[in-house]
Write a protein that binds this ligand. Structure first.
Ligand code: HEM
Length: 235
């Protein structure tokens, strides 16, 4: 939708394309990593990947063909943390910068128009980074499980279980804000449906409260994630 005087429609499309591109890139890297050396990935730790590559190249007299596998766990963790930072930053800016700025606008129509224009771009970003966060977490987890086998639960089971329970509520919370409320405002403006001032005020309240709860949950999840001992997956 093009709203005169605001950012044009192509910006929303660009965000969606960028998020889709990032996701496709991650998936392609994971698949390449698995094809190039499934055993290395399963071990999931770069030292083992280094050993394997050295052994292979020594026995076959060629350059380490599996060197890219060494970067997989790091790339996955990097994406995990960067998507978390993007979620946290965007939501914090939404609560502390965007909503107060929108609420200061006196005209109801103008307030609605600007809010819808912002949410049209924020929604795909939130859902996209949530997807990357969950996907990269699941990829790391698969490598951990394959590597630790029977020791998986004794080493990281307890904090991980709490983390996944909290993550369940976090995913629902983000989806509620993005699809349950924000998307309805965007759709109403796009379809020309009336949004009375009281209804808009109530939706803004729900988005603000939901975002604050989600930020608290995200902070709690990070606290729990940091309790997983460093090197828990090491031999
Ligand atoms: C399905 C969802 C998720 C799964 C399966 C998952 C799994 C994991 C795993 C296995 C690691 C260790 C990665 C490694 O060391 O290579 C990790 C790290 C981490 N995760 Fe998640 N995660 C999920 C969602 C989240 C969410 C929602 C947050 C925050 C809101 C989060 C925050 C972190 C942080 C901060 C680390 C780094 C911990 C450290 O390196 O000490 N994760 N996650």
């Amino acid at each position: 939708m093009i709203l005169p005087g605001t950012i044009d429609d192509t910006s929303g499309g660009r965000i969606e394309r960028a998020v889709a591109g990032l996701t496709a890139f991650t998936v392609a890297r994971i698949i390449r990593g698995r094809r190039g050396g499934a055993d290395s990935l399963v071990r999931g730790v770069s030292d083992n990947a280094k050993d394997l590559s050295r052994r292979d190249s020594a026995s076959q007299g060629k350059r380490p063909a599996r060197a890219h596998c060494e970067r997989m766990p790091r790339l996955t963790l990097w994406l995990h943390l960067v998507s978390l930072a993007a979620y946290f930053g965007a939501t914090l800016a939404f609560v502390l910068v965007m909503l107060p700025a929108v609420e200061r606008i006196e005209s109801h129509e103008e307030r609605l128009r600007l809010l819808a224009a912002m949410l049209e771009r924020l929604n795909p970003l939130l859902i996209g980074v949530l997807g990357v966060l969950v996907m990269t977490g699941a990829f790391s987890l698969t490598a951990y499980k394959a590597r630790l086998r029977g020791e998986f639960f004794t080493r990281i089971g307890e904090p991980l279980t709490l983390k996944l329970i909290l993550t369940f509520f976090f995913i629902n919370g983000v989806t509620y804000v993005a699809f349950g409320v924000a998307h309805r405002i965007v759709r109403a403006v796009q379809w020309g449906d009336p949004v009375p001032p009281e209804r808009l005020a109530s939706m803004v309240r729900r988005m603000r409260a939901g975002s604050i709860v989600n930020l608290v949950l995200a902070g709690w999840i990070v606290w729990v994630a940091l309790a997983i001992p460093a090197g828990a997956a090491a031999p």
